[in-house]
Design a protein around this ligand. Sequence first.
Ligand SMILES: [Zn+2]
Length: 346
Amino acid sequence: MIRFIAKAVLVAGLVILTASGVSSYNRVHVDAFGVSLCAAIESEGTLTREQQPVITRIQVSERIWMFSGRGGNIGVIITDDGVVVIDTQYENVAPALVEQIGNLTDQPIRYIINTHLHGDHVGGNAYMQQYGSVIAHQNTYDRMLSRWEGEGFPGKGDGLPQLTFRDSFTLNIGGLEIQLFHLGPGHTDTDVVVWIPDENVVHVGDLLFNRITPYIDVNNGSHTGNWISVINRVIQVINPDTRVIPGHGDLSDVDGFRTMARYLQAVRQIVQTCHSEGKTKEEILSKTLADLGEQFADWSGNRLSLALSAAYDEIVGTGSKLHASLHMISTSREPDGMALAIYKQE
Ligand SMILES: [Zn+2]
């Protein structure tokens, strides 16, 4: 099949030499069924940094794989009627992604889903569109279009989603029902949750940074309060055995997803407490992960101040316009005592 013809590709330090049929980097293949993710990684000797695998993959369920590389985690759903790819990382990673998928199946790529608009999730769209149509939230389309118009990208229009929706979308393919939901602003106002009930797998995009401080993108509609609500609503749909593919970090589960909500709740709580004590925004922004709680102290990334700033503006009301349109309609109390606010956007 021509679309899976192997090529020699140089991708950001990744060299895939397939002419000899042998890859120059170590293949990482993890069987997710009862096997420790770390223990099962196969290694083929010491590699230099440049030789480290850019794309690694683990099998998440019978028909779903998670590919990890330079950008956001990619979901690959293989059905008897074609392949669905969730997120596309970067343009220069996409050819290697296609080749890797071709190593798993002869089925053609038929659809691509974007979990949100960020470049490390949609960067490969234009390349991938030779294989299938891109599905995304309407806000992803709008924001990609306006950004490109504003910055005068030469490839204006390239990679724009062809199929968009606002609330929900169902893709039926190869006997699988793939459900897409938008539950209001969270990481951005373009977020899509991809739920595949028959495989008990959900890809939540950057609504989950697994043990990594999340990027709070206020300019693209992020809202920490509603983000907590979104997580809570997804948790009500999935179950303790659901495998949760995060936007960044290792494959996770319901507890991992709930911990993201706890982080955001802790951020909002510390802002609320400090504000009521009369502390300035600058003083609040100087808080550390350890101040939030022991469970967050070893998280990687250095984006706490972004979250504190966004939460401050939401709570004190000096920034987010979204705040005015969000109304807390109820709260639920978790077993550990953490209250989760449920917001509704008017
Ligand atoms: Zn993102």
